[in-house]
Design a protein around this ligand. Structure first.
Ligand code: NAD
Ligand code: DAU
Length: 353
């Protein structure tokens, strides 16, 4: 991987931007092209600190544009694909699934074809597809998702990701194509778009706005600090076995209500109570549930730990503290998003909450 020529798709998003920064730090001799068409979730400012690095090139474009993708493979002699680009928000997949089918399925297919065409006969190449634990469906009170768990996607988002995973696996079996798939649990950390639970709650709680908790708040997610996810992906790229899948998770199962309460308490501690004198927990509102809301996700990350020696570096308590500090120190990053076109979208979907 030392002198690798990478294409990272979706590098202006949440996880992609953290990953691009990590690669440029960890692999001094690499070159990296970031292909991102800057949807509402893509923000070039996430990578402002690396944009003048001579090893880095940003291309604004769509992963579904076969001609563009082929030209990047040729010009940049790409030998490594790390594929993050996706429509990623479950709620949006319920109200508007079409973009999920296009980007997540057709886009992945377009990248696979471009790589297969460009790489014929090469054995020094690799295609890593970044996926999610949501493809496995929903767990009951007990049990963990392993790499052997059957796929059972239940939202348009997870169905589109499952479909792309199957395409990637099929390319390995059919063409002996050098694939790696990672299925990760919920990430949190710097540059997380404020429609997702943790950054939404931080932002609303700072602004004294209501904190919407879906249903009874007892749905469980298994939280992983984004930097640990990026380190796992780098490990899989460097040491993973082609054709294999690696589950990645932080062993941090929490009910949503616990997460929201933790954020409230930490903010009360760090910035003081609300101007009314009340705690931020007073802003919590139980609202209408997400349709088909998966009850519980939890990852068994034993395979990546045993076979590649990866482990998370921070606990949830450390990670959430660092995350809140980051948001407190980057309030303008959130404010800029909240004052742009996202504000109108949010108001249309959710009213004034
Ligand atoms: P994100 O929504 O923050 O970022 C997605 C990025 O992809 C954006 O920069 C967007 O502009 C870009 N993009 C979207 N459509 C594109 C297209 N057609 N062409 C080019 N670029 C396009 O997403 P994220 O949370 O960073 O997730 C990244 C990947 O990781 C996704 O594949 C997601 O399924 C997966 N994943 C996310 C999580 C999580 O908790 N966020 C967990 C597991 C897996
Ligand atoms: O599990 C991995 C997945 O995690 C990724 O594949 C997805 O891309 C990512 O968006 C995330 O999906 P979730 O649906 O779990 O994340 P979200 O932040 O939307 O919601 C987390 C939990 O919080 C979920 O149970 C729904 C709930 N929730 C969410 C929002 C936005 C609320 O209670 N209130 C909210 O306002």
């Amino acid at each position: 991987m030392e002198g690798a020529n990478l294409i990272v798709t979706g590098g202006c998003g949440f996880i992609g931007s953290n990953f691009v920064r990590m690669v440029l730090t960890e692999l001094p001799n690499c070159r990296l092209v970031n292909l991102d068409n800057l949807t509402y979730a893509g923000n070039p400012k996430n990578l402002a600190d690396v944009e003048n690095d001579p090893r880095y090139r940003f291309v604004k474009g769509d992963i579904c544009d076969a001609e563009l993708v082929a030209s990047i493979f040729a010009e940049e002699k790409i030998d490594t694909v790390v594929h993050f680009a996706a429509e990623s928000h479950v709620d949006r997949s319920i109200t508007g699934p079409a973009a999920f089918i296009q980007t997540n399925i057709v886009g992945t297919f377009t990248l696979l074809e471009a790589a297969r065409t460009a790489w014929q006969g090469r054995d020094d190449v690799r295609f890593l597809h970044v996926s999610t634990d949501e493809v496995y469906g929903s767990l009951g009170e007990t049990g963990l998702f392993t790499e052997e768990t059957s796929y059972d996607p239940r939202s348009p988002y997870s169905a589109s990701k499952a479909s792309s995973d199957h395409l990637v696996s099929a390319y390995h079996h059919t063409y002996d194509f050098p694939t790696l798939i990672t299925n990760c649990s919920n990430n949190y950390g710097p540059y997380h778009f404020p429609e997702k639970l943790i950054p939404l709650i931080i932002s609303n709680a700072l602004n004294g706005k209501e904190l919407p908790v879906y249903g009874d708040g007892k749905n469980v997610r298994d939280w992983l600090y984004v930097v640990d996810h990026c380190a796992a992906i780098l490990k899989v790229l460097q040491q993973g076995v082609f054709g294999e899948t690696y589950n990645i998770g932080g062993n941090n199962e929490k009910q949503n209500i616990e997460v929201v309460q933790t954020v409230c308490d930490l903010l009360d501690e760090k910035v003081g109570l609300l101007s009314s004198g009340e705690t931020r927990r007073s802003l919590i509102r139980f609202v209408k549930d997400r349709p088909g809301h998966d009850r519980r996700y939890a990852i068994d990350a034993g395979k990546i730990r045993r076979e590649l020696g990866w482990e998370p570096s921070v606990t949830f308590e450390q990670g959430i503290e660092q995350t809140i500090e980051w948001y407190l120190n980057h309030r303008e990053w959130v404010e800029e998003i909240l004052s742009g076109s996202y504000r109108d979208y949010y108001a249309q979907q959710y009213g004034e909450r």
